[in-house]
Write a new protein. Structure first.
Length: 200
């Protein structure tokens, strides 16, 4: 038997139908009206939210602040790629259409319980592109100057001297820059900057 899964839908027939279908796959599916108390009091870890629009996802977003472990799977009537990206951005770990099979939804729930997210293969490049665009636009002039020096092979001492920082401050700024662009090392930062077309 799996962890309990809250099934939430404004339409009772949808809620009952999905809960029943999940039970056939040995999930402990519980029909819920109040997801908030279920998460906060009972410690629920997975919720299937069957909704008619992305506006209804605010509840799930708020719950993620109380429980980072909560796996929210969202089913929309017609989940376009934009809707799927938006739902993932709001904290869902899986998104599908109302027409998804119970097996597809079960895979999303199981992945969420393991701390993973499921996305359609075609969404991967779009998601990566949106992350890259966010990272690029979050770079200020100081970050760009640091990257430029790294790409040109400057030592930490040279970077500090050129930009007017202490070496210690330069290391601190580099750590913050690496975090901002999602890398761990100088080499990864140079590769990322080159991939983005900086300083060609």
């Amino acid at each position: 038997m799996h962890d309990p899964v809250a099934v939430v839908a404004s339409v009772p027939a949808l809620r009952r139908g999905w809960a029943s279908s999940l039970r056939t796959l040995r999930f402990r599916a519980e029909e819920r009206d109040d997801l908030s108390s279920w998460v906060q009091i009972e410690g629920g870890r997975a919720a299937l939210l069957i909704t008619e629009s992305l506006n209804d996802l605010q509840v799930a977003t708020n719950l993620r602040y109380h429980s980072e472990d909560l796996a929210v799977i969202v089913l929309l009537p017609h989940a376009s790629e934009e809707d799927q990206l938006a739902a993932l951005g709001l904290g869902a770990v899986g998104v599908g259409d109302w027409s998804a099979s119970v097996e597809e939804v079960a895979v999303m729930i199981q992945a969420g319980l393991l701390g993973r997210s499921t996305i359609p293969v075609r969404m991967g490049p779009r998601l990566a592109e949106s992350l890259d665009n966010h990272a690029i636009t979050s770079l200020d002039l100081s970050d760009r100057a640091l990257l430029k020096n790294l790409v040109h092979g400057a030592t930490i001492h040279e970077v500090a001297e050129q930009l007017g920082y202490s070496e210690r401050d330069t290391f601190r700024r580099l750590r913050a820059l690496y975090h901002k662009i999602g890398v761990n090392t100088r080499t990864e930062a140079v590769v990322q900057a080159t991939r983005w077309g900086f300083f060609d």
